[in-house]
Ligand binder design. Structure first.
Ligand code: GDG
Length: 585
């Protein structure tokens, strides 16, 4: 596609109406009744796996295309990097895996660093992706290293995973660079016009919401943390932890993967800032911040389809791995090569297991190199290489059989799904993890009549979704404990495997990645807005909050209906006008 000038492509926001001029306006009754009929035909469905555990009313149509479909809202999604949409290019990492389908199926614009550095921030051409678009920004070279290597990945990442011994001391310069990059990103976002809502992702951008408020962005801004949030003593080791936490209160909604993280965050606010919460709402000088759990999911249907297709193709990679087993069972581990993922302890677990039961099982470890320009990561990669060699030597690897089949190349997602299905045991043993999508992908890819067993770290967020009656939960720091669980998994009778698998699969199907994103954006809307989208579209002005809500001349029966419509307002029927492509407003 030809490069597009961003100023030509990005939708210019309609002029903000003066709130002083709001008048009482009657509703368009015909339009409203039409909408109401739509809603009453909708299917009520229980989303127990959802964050609130409440009944969510959704329409069948939304479920089949549930990504954040919001015809009259411009949603901006921000993360450090925007993944490549080229199917031939590697795309590893949970955040990319999660956001790509969301952007593809919604009208959202996904903005993040291009990976290229420049003197000042520069925005590249927009790239269309499904219904959404990607906007890549060249960030200021002077501050990127301090931001990315210094504070984000050498300080916040280990601290958030409670691995404080892995922290390298961040300097004042690093902190300053982190703040500068956040300010720079806020300027770029603001220069693109007004957004109806902004959804910021991950630890790179803790203070971005505050920077956006400083530039007078008054619309809803939400934040989702993909990593864990640690306990007060770990966060205390992060320089300027109080300032960072205080700045986060500029967000209207803060989402966490698990109750563990949510509780830790509230405990940190209490301990370090003296702020108390009430029903997970924190009141600060700026206003109100709601904190909530949004456990990230996957698209289980798609993974199951990929897995079936991949095996039907009799791919040479899968047959070659099966050929190397020499009668042994197959276990699989898939991770970014990151010290939080517990790959070393897992390999040691196989060492234990094979000493006990020689040649009984092989581990296919797919470990794509990650953050290789950070010394802790290149050292870790080196350590894993040596450990794999050592264990393979010790257990007499030969041309026919290897204890550890180590694959560093990036594999296409469909092939990965086929490998998950081929394996008897999925070994997911991070020392700590926000969620861990691999655990969920492994489950989704299984053969329902002969499923594999998931061995899961009790410190992965996924262990809050899958209990001990479903996965085999282990202590990731204890190789012997992991070895026992793998051994039990490999020998588990088919009936028990099916029972455990079915329970996990039901959960995955109940709360998918599309439910996750729709839920977050809906809740973000709720955190500031009380007027259903149907009405503000009709009224022709922007979002308003409770205090500014005009009084409608609404018959009583409509008042009841409004509460239902509000539940679905972020997912209006797709035949409405598409404001993402240019405004009706
Ligand atoms: C962060 C949080 C949270 C890996 N190798 C290949 C490949 N992958 C894909 C997997 C999976 C993703 O990368 C890894 O996701 P995880 O969730 O396991 O881990 P992080 O990258 O650390 O993700 C994590 C996540 O964000 C989402 O919120 O769960 O806790 O740390 O999707 O399949 N994909 C392909 N080839 C590979 O070789 N195609």
């Amino acid at each position: 596609m030809d490069p597009v000038n961003i100023t030509d492509t990005v939708v210019t926001a309609p002029p903000e109406p003066s709130r002083v001029t709001l008048k009482r306006q009657p509703m368009d009754k015909a339009a409203f009744e039409l909408r109401l009929a739509d809603v009453s035909q909708g299917r009520a469905r229980r989303a127990d796996a959802g964050p609130s555990g409440r009944t969510v009313f959704v329409q069948e149509r939304e479920r089949t295309d549930t990504a954040v479909q919001q015809p009259n809202a411009k949603l901006l999604v921000v993360s450090n990097r925007v993944s490549s949409f080229d199917p031939d290019k590697p795309k590893t990492g949970g955040l990319a895996a999660a956001l790509e389908p969301v952007v593809e199926r919604s009208g959202a614009v996904w903005m993040g660093s291009s990976g290229t550095l420049s003197g000042t921030e520069q925005l590249a051409a927009l790239e269309p992706h499904g219904k959404g678009q990607a906007a890549r920004v060249d960030l200021p070279a002077a501050h990127y290293a301090g931001f990315y290597h210094g504070l984000a990945n050498s300080t916040l990442w280990p601290a958030f995973h409670s691995l404080t011994e892995r922290m390298t001391p961040a300097s004042e310069e690093h902190y300053k660079s982190y703040c500068e990059i956040n300010a720079s990103m806020a300027r770029t976002l603001t220069s693109l016009g007004k957004w109806d809502a902004i959804w910021v992702h991950d630890y790179h951008f803790l203070p971005l919401g505050n920077e956006l408020r400083n530039l007078d962005n008054q619309r809803p801004i939400g934040f989702f943390l993909h990593t864990p949030w640690p306990e007060p003593d770990a966060i205390q080791q992060v320089p300027h932890h109080r300032d960072l936490m205080e700045s986060m209160l500029a967000y209207d909604l803060i989402g966490f993967q698990t109750n563990r993280d949510l509780d830790n965050f509230l405990a940190c606010l209490h301990f370090h800032l003296g702020l108390k919460s009430n029903s997970n709402v924190v009141i600060s000088e700026r206003g109100l911040t709601r904190c909530q759990k949004f456990p990230i999911g996957i698209d289980p249907k798609q993974f199951a389809e990929y897995a079936v297709e991949s095996l039907a193709k009799h791919s040479s990679d899968i047959s070659s791995i099966q050929g190397k087993l020499d009668g042994a069972k197959l276990a699989i581990g898939v991770d970014r090569l990151d010290y939080t993922k517990g790959i070393d302890k897992r390999i040691k677990a196989f060492d234990h297991l094979l000493a006990d039961k020689p040649r009984s099982i092989s581990l296919l470890q797919i470990a794509t190199p990650s953050r290789t320009d950070i010394p802790a990561y290149s050292e870790f990669q080196h350590d894993i290489d040596s450990l794999v060699d050592e264990v393979n030597r010790k257990h007499d690897a030969d041309d026919g059989w290897k204890p550890i089949l180590y694959e560093k190349d990036h594999l296409p997602q469909a092939q990965l799904a086929g490998l998950y299905r081929t394996a008897h045991v999925g070994v997911v043993t991070p020392l700590r993890d926000g969620m861990n999508l691999v655990a969920k992908e492994f489950v989704a890819a299984q053969d329902p009549s002969d499923p594999g067993v998931l061995v899961l770290s009790k410190n992965a967020g996924a262990a809050e979704d899958f209990n001990e009656n479903e996965a085999l939960l282990v202590d990731p720091a204890r190789p012997e404990n992991i070895a026992d669980a793998i051994s039990r998994a490999a020998e588990m009778p088919c009936g028990e495997r099916i029972e455990r698998w079915r329970a996990m699969m039901d959960k995955l199907e109940t709360y998918t990645i599309h439910d996750w994103s729709a839920d977050f954006v809906r809740e973000l809307g709720n955190s500031r807005v009380t007027v259903p989208a149907d009405q503000f579209r009709h009224l022709g002005f922007g979002w308003i909050n409770d205090a500014q809500m005009p009084e409608y001349e609404t018959p009583e029966e409509y008042t009841i209906a409004v509460s239902h419509v509000q539940d679905t307002r972020w997912a209006l029927p797709s035949n409405g006008p598409d404001y993402t492509q240019g405004g009706e407003r």
